[in-house]
Design a protein around this ligand. Sequence first.
Ligand code: SF4
Length: 166
Amino acid sequence: MERILVSACLVGWPVRYDGGAKALHHPLLTAWAAEGRLVPLCPETVGGLPVPRPAAEIEPGVDAAAVLAGEGRVVDADGGDHSAAFREGARIAVATVRVRGCRFALLTEGSPSCGVELVADGRFSGRRRAGEGVAAAALRAAGVEVFSATEVDALAARLAETARDD
Ligand code: SF4
């Protein structure tokens, strides 16, 4: 059975920076949970950050690959540097997909860890820019196919294709 790494906040875990969740109410997610396919993980909390925690953003002009390489930072609005925790969370996410055999991930869009196509602009303006989160980038680099919460149907189609091929 194909397992799916999923951002823990999407399945209702209250692990976001503000202590909330971002539960995704989708019948396919409910079905996958019932089948035992889902592997929930919050890269930021497993990386050592508390709940709640200051909102953090990847600095302007920097991408996730640079953060992973130690050449860019993830900071809060007061300038606090949380880059090491983000890198550790990404490392644990990759270790988890290897141990659990996940070829797919379903992640929360816009997050500095989990963002799939978008992240905050790095200026705490409320605006987003094109880019991926630190854990999402590490997962992609490890060969995981990454989907956002608006792409559940596309993920289901890939699962069906994979089941035919295996
Ligand atoms: Fe959700 Fe990912 Fe942020 Fe954790 S790091 S709260 S799983 S978006």
